[in-house]
Design a binder for this molecule. Structure first.
Ligand code: DAH
Length: 337
């Protein structure tokens, strides 16, 4: 046997005997390393005669190829073995770490449902600040200085004379001041009133304001669209009733009541919104604010509404107490997950 063939056999036996990555590496160094046997043979080739070289060179190549392949194969085997050994210490039957999945607050769910319906009806979203001035909250909405809503009893005033908006109707004014007609917007947001906190009243509550301004807007538009909204929200067998009311910024003004057998307290009419046809005085005030006559009351007409979001959510989810929305009690919140 040629010594190179012997070398090859020794190497393969060493590789076979290696049990882990470390011993395998030392085998590699012993044969293929810089000063390993194979490399040494490479050096020796130079000293051989011309006629010997091809045969020895061939043996050397074969040995190198065989050793390299065996090292690779064995390396893979060793890797797989150590991996499965590591895995064998894991008990797959143990329970995992529980993953808490969050959920949307019932009021947020209510916003999303309502906004989605209005968007399908062509309403865009509008916004305004929670801290307002008297002009946007009262004057421009045709609410005279002596109106009871303006007293300290109802409104939270800041030291500088500004206030927390008592309704989202402020956004009607802000929107019209910045965009000319026609307009079709909703404005979801919080409103604040200086009220005793109890099961049905909260100093902070939530509304969706709506405003549609165009030529020839009528009570029929208002009724049809709010009725559509209520049926989309509460179900097709929901009955909707409009009762005459008074708001300073609309004429005529109406309150919206709903009743549905699908809802808790099915026989009862529940008040859910105020609405009406925009008062010409509101357009005049907006023109004054804008400094033009973009909202000429002779040409433009509109309807507006304000929906009580907390109330809607309480009806839809059968929630008995408005305070639950803000208490962050997980036992309550989890029911809507
Ligand atoms: N702003 C009224 C409130 O908070 C609700 C309301 C009534 C809004 C009539 C309107 C409206 O836009 O037209 O009680």
């Amino acid at each position: 046997m040629h010594p190179l063939e012997q070398l090859r056999e020794d190497a393969l036996r060493d590789i076979e005997a290696a049990r882990d990555a470390k011993s395998l590496e030392s085998v590699r160094v012993k044969y293929l390393g810089k000063t390993g046997s194979i490399s040494e043979w490479g050096e020796q080739m130079k000293t051989l005669g011309k006629e010997e070289r091809p045969a020895v060179g061939k043996l050397l190549n074969q040995a190198r190829t065989a050793i390299t392949a065996a090292l690779e194969q064995c390396g893979e085997k060793v890797r797989a073995e150590s991996e499965s050994e590591a895995l064998s210490t894991i008990d797959l039957s143990l329970p995992g770490t529980p993953h808490e999945i969050g959920a949307l607050h019932p009021l947020t769910q209510m916003w999303q449902r309502s906004i989605e319906i209005f968007r399908r009806m062509g309403f865009a979203l509008a916004d305004g600040p929670d801290i307002e001035d008297e002009w946007h909250c009262f004057d421009a909405l045709n609410t005279p200085p002596e109106h009871p809503a303006r007293t300290e009893q109802d409104t939270f005033y800041l030291a500088d004379g500004r206030l927390l908006r008592t309704h989202t109707s402020t956004v009607q004014i802000r929107t019209m001041e910045s965009v000319p007609p026609p307009i079709r917007v909703i404005a979801p947001g919080a409103a604040y009133r200086n009220e005793e906190l109890n099961a049905t009243h909260s100093p902070q509550f939530h509304q969706i304001e709506g405003l549609y301004v165009d030529e020839n807007v009528s009570v029929a538009d208002l009724k049809g669209e709010l009725e559509f909204f209520m049926r989309e929200l509460f179900g097709l067998d929901t009955e909707v009733q409009f009762r005459p009311h008074f708001f300073p910024f609309t004429e005529p003004s109406l309150e919206v009541y709903v009743r549905s057998k699908a809802l808790k307290g099915g026989e009862q009419w529940i008040e859910v919104a105020g609405c009406g046809i925009v008062h010409p005085a509101v357009f005049e005030a907006v023109n004054k604010g804008r400094g033009d006559d973009a909202y000429d009351p002779e040409r433009w007409s509109g309807y507006a509404f304000g929906l009580g979001m907390d109330r809607l959510a309480m009806i839809l989810f059968d929630i008995p107490d408005i305070r639950l929305f803000a208490q962050n009690d997980l036992r309550f919140l989890r029911q809507f997950a």
